[in-house]
Ligand binder design. Structure first.
Ligand SMILES: [Mn+2]
Length: 340
């Protein structure tokens, strides 16, 4: 974080402000944790804060302190628009372009508030008056911690904020195992535990809440696992029918792709999930080492993300999507078979 950023934000926050904190569409643990954590923190500094999410967030986050007060734009559109239009300052967290906010985009573009971005995705847009972008960071939650530190307010960390930030760092690092997890990440985590985050309980509340339907859907996903050893690649498919048979709820397939990546020798894994309502096949892409799924998703699947985790979509049928996917793999054969 550069001093210019923190000086600018300090100026913006010099007197009590009406602040809105916004996360990305399909909010994950990092987005929800960062938004709630920052909102609680700014509230303690005397600002009036509201968190708005473009759409609903998964059930496994619905115990987070303050989550009941989050405004869901798609469900409470009038309240959301009024809150946006009333804001002096809008923090956008865990995304890099306003089109990541779905139906909120036009209202954010049209409002008079000053924007502050805190985010760890590549190639940030320049809509904000102050941008804290660092792609080396494990999570936006870790960045919010560093932001609080730069504001000289670490002493103000409460149990709630510690819990929010712990949850986001934990979920965005795959429980502290991804390469973005640094010694600093662990120092931050240690401090959050000291300040009241109940680490063991947070893990249980996030990870040990599977429904029987979800476990059976995982069984189907594992049955549908395809391995292409010549490309060190594995992929999983789930059809709309298979989702329907297991009463699919948003978030149920979260993390399934990691089972494909956990097969010995696999460097690149994808899950293809059919969505009949939107008429697309949604994809989550994961990799190990230098192979960039961000690049591949940008080039072929109208998506992007990070080097080792990205999302994308195809407007073709599932079978066409799969055959196209297989046809592009030779382009990446050298990268995928390089030792690293
Ligand atoms: Mn994140």
């Amino acid at each position: 974080m550069n001093t210019e950023f923190i000086e600018h934000v300090k100026k913006l926050l010099a007197s009590p402000q009406k602040i809105v904190v916004v996360g990305h569409k399909n909010p994950d643990g990092d987005a929800v944790g960062a938004c709630l954590g920052l909102s609680f923190f700014l509230n303690r500094l005397g600002h009036k804060t509201n968190v708005i999410m473009p759409n609903d967030f998964p059930d496994f986050l619905k115990w987070l302190p303050g989550c009941d007060d989050v405004i869901i734009h798609d469900a409470e559109i009038d309240k959301s628009i009024a809150t946006i239009n009333n804001a002096h300052v809008i923090f956008t967290l865990d995304f890099n372009a306003l089109n990541r906010t779905g139906n909120m985009q036009q209202f954010l573009e049209d409002c008079d508030a000053k924007f502050v971005m805190i985010d760890h995705h590549q190639e940030p847009d320049d809509y904000a008056v102050a941008t804290y972008s660092d792609t080396s960071m494990s999570s936006t939650c870790e960045m919010v911690y560093h932001f609080i530190d730069a504001m000289d307010e670490l002493a103000a960390l409460c149990v709630e904020v510690s819990t929010h930030l712990y949850t986001g760092i934990m979920t965005d690092t795959g429980s502290f195992r991804f390469p973005s997890t640094t010694a600093t990440t662990h120092r931050v985590i240690a401090h959050l535990i000291e300040m009241g985050a109940d680490n063991s309980k947070i893990h249980e509340q996030v990870y040990d809440v599977n429904s029987p339907d979800r476990m059976k859907l995982l069984g189907v996903a594992l049955k549908n696992l395809n391995i292409m050893p010549e490309y060190h690649t594995a992929y999983i498919t789930l059809s709309q029918k298979e989702l329907d048979q297991h009463n699919f709820k948003k978030g149920d397939t979260e993390g399934f792709v990691n089972y494909a990546l956990s097969v010995k020798g696999i460097k690149f894994a994808v899950i293809f999930i059919e969505n009949k309502q939107e008429n697309i096949v949604k994809m989550s892409l994961r990799s190990k080492g230098d192979f960039s799924v961000n690049t591949l998703a940008r080039e072929h699947y109208q998506g992007g993300g990070h080097t080792n985790a990205a999302g994308g979509r195809s407007t073709q049928s599932m079978s066409k999507t799969i055959s196209e996917f297989i046809s592009i793999l030779p382009q990446y054969k050298n990268e995928l078979t390089d030792a690293s």
